[in-house]
Design a binder for this molecule. Structure first.
Ligand code: NAP
Length: 472
């Protein structure tokens, strides 16, 4: 596919192949954008920001609702594209498209709700006879940089709110999964979004990322991706608004009073979806020693039932990772943990980009499989003696995106909710759960700022304070 700059579908300086991670087939190729392409897109986006802010909230609502309808009409193609370029099993890809449509509709609704507030200035000393109110205005040009693991929904989480808020937007999708984003850009144009309003540039982030992020014409960067690239963007961005949605190594605590059938089901569902490549995948299962063996017994058959294979086939439950090199990295971390004393309960090893769904027991907090973000189909169990120890270990990380506990005890559940430093807290389900309307984002090095259309629109607009100094 070509990329979208200044309303035209264009080539760049050479191409990058897009590879199906299951069979290594080249499914398409995308252009490599140059610094000149970035400059052209920026100049056009500045005009786009002027144009978008003149479009009424109601009209922006209608444009985004039309985009949602077109996404629905093209949902089969979008789902297949996600599976082909990312390796996500087809059922999950269909689920992602359905969610993305809801995210677009939620964004459309926010376009009608950009309200402001009357500020009671007569409450301030010397503030009488003045009338004050806020005005919510667009930031201007929004740069949306997205990761590979949700090639559609995470793009919509940025583009929808950006357009709803009256901004223009430049999308820079992940190089592994650019086709879905390009198709979304085409849908937005088809829906009637002005060509200045949306552009999509492809090419390696390592080559054009700094040029994009440092451009002063960008007024807001919304980034989802790894911690290290996020930190780099923060350094490069300079004085502009930034939202960071970064990684994690989510903890999940299981206490003696937990329903072990439910907990083992949740660990399987939330540790292995998308081959574990979800920022909130359950990774560290901190289990009370009194039920440690029982939980492993309940978990093992469920994980062994996860058949691997071609992600286009309905029977496949775990598809390939995005690259064979990532599967090899996870296998290396599993081997390293075993060498350091962890016990392989099931799985281990990879074949091409497919890594076997893996459970490791007796994982210690200092092992890489626990300390760093695995981002693959491997879950580790660590025994604990008390709820205090479990909470201490849950917090013993730089990350803080999602955390879960299984207990029937309200006191322990509330203690967990209050004391674990995490942007999302789940009680009696796994760490990987999200409704797209909720405020979603991390604490600590998992990032800052919130997504979810209502909250993202706030991040993508700015507040002016207006004071009328009256005479009478
Ligand atoms: P990544 O390697 O950080 O890449 C993310 C995006 O940044 C890609 O578009 C990438 O482009 C671009 N990029 C690379 N270098 C850049 C630079 N110097 N300047 C600007 N942009 C640059 O992440 P990923 O492997 O795609 O995704 C996995 C990570 O995302 C995991 O850590 C996961 O936890 C995190 N994630 C977080 C959330 C959340 O909501 N918190 C959701 C999903 C994923 P190229 O592809 O061209 O390199």
């Amino acid at each position: 596919m070509q990329m979208l700059i200044a309303g035209q579908w264009v080539d760049g300086n050479g191409t990058i192949p897009v590879i199906n991670p299951f069979d290594n087939a080249e499914i398409d190729a995308i252009p490599k954008a140059t610094a000149g392409d970035v400059d052209r897109a920026m100049a056009f986006a500045v005009e786009g920001a002027k144009r978008m802010r003149r479009i009424s909230g109601y009209e922006r609502y209608r444009l985004l609702m039309r985009a949602a309808e077109l996404m629905d009409e093209q949902s089969g193609d979008l789902a297949e594209t996600i599976t082909l370029e990312e390796g996500k099993i087809i059922g999950e890809s269909r689920g992602e498209v359905a969610r993305a449509i809801e995210t677009m509709i939620g964004s459309a609704e926010e376009a009608k709700r950009l309200g402001s507030e009357v500020v009671p200035l007569d409450g301030a000393s010397g503030g009488g006879n003045r009338f004050g109110f806020t005005l919510r205005v667009p930031c201007g040009v929004v740069l949306a940089i997205t990761p590979f693991n949700f090639p559609l929904n995470l793009v919509v989480h940025k583009v929808g709110p950006a357009l709803a808020g009256g901004n223009s937007v430049i999308i820079k999708p992940a190089t592994d999964t650019p086709l879905t984003a390009l198709k979304l850009a085409r849908i937005l144009l088809e829906a009637g979004v002005p060509e200045e309003g949306v552009q999509c540039l492809t090419g390696s982030g390592g080559e054009i990322g700094d040029i994009l992020a440092s451009d002063p014409r960008v007024r807001k960067i919304s980034f989802t991706g790894s911690r290290d690239i996020g930190e780099r963007i923060c350094r490069t961005a300079g004085l502009k608004k930034v939202t960071m949605e970064l990684g994690s190594n989510a903890p999940l605590i299981v206490l003696p009073d937990a329903d072990l059938e439910k907990a083992s089901h949740a660990i399987t569902a939330t540790g292995f979806a998308n081959a574990g490549q979800v920022c909130i995948s359950a990774q560290r299962v901190l289990t009370h020693e009194s039920i440690y063996g029982d939980l492993i017994d309940a978990l093992k058959p469920k994980v062994e039932a996860l058949s691997t294979g071609n992600p286009l086939e309905q029977a496949t439950k775990v598809g390939p990772m995005v690259r064979a090199s990532d599967a090899a990295r996870v296998a290396e971390w599993v081997d390293e943990a075993e060498d350091q004393g962890a016990r392989l309960v099931t799985g281990g090893g990879c074949d091409g980009a497919i890594h076997a769904p893996t459970i490791l027991a007796d994982v210690r907090p200092e092992m890489r499989i626990s300390r760093e973000e695995v981002f693959g189909p491997a879950v580790g169990l660590t025994p604990v003696e008390t709820v205090e120890e479990a909470i201490g270990l849950a917090n013993d990380t730089n990350y803080g995106l999602s955390a879960a506990i299984f207990t029937e005890n309200l006191e322990n559940a509330m203690k967990f909710a209050r004391e674990v430093d995490s942007g999302n807290i789940h009680i009696n389900w796994g760490s990987q759960w999200r409704a797209d309307l909720m405020p979603y984002g991390g604490l600590k090095e998992s990032g800052f700022g919130k997504e979810g259309p209502k909250y993202a629109v706030e991040e993508m607009t700015e507040t002016k304070m207006v004071v009328m100094h009256l005479q009478g």
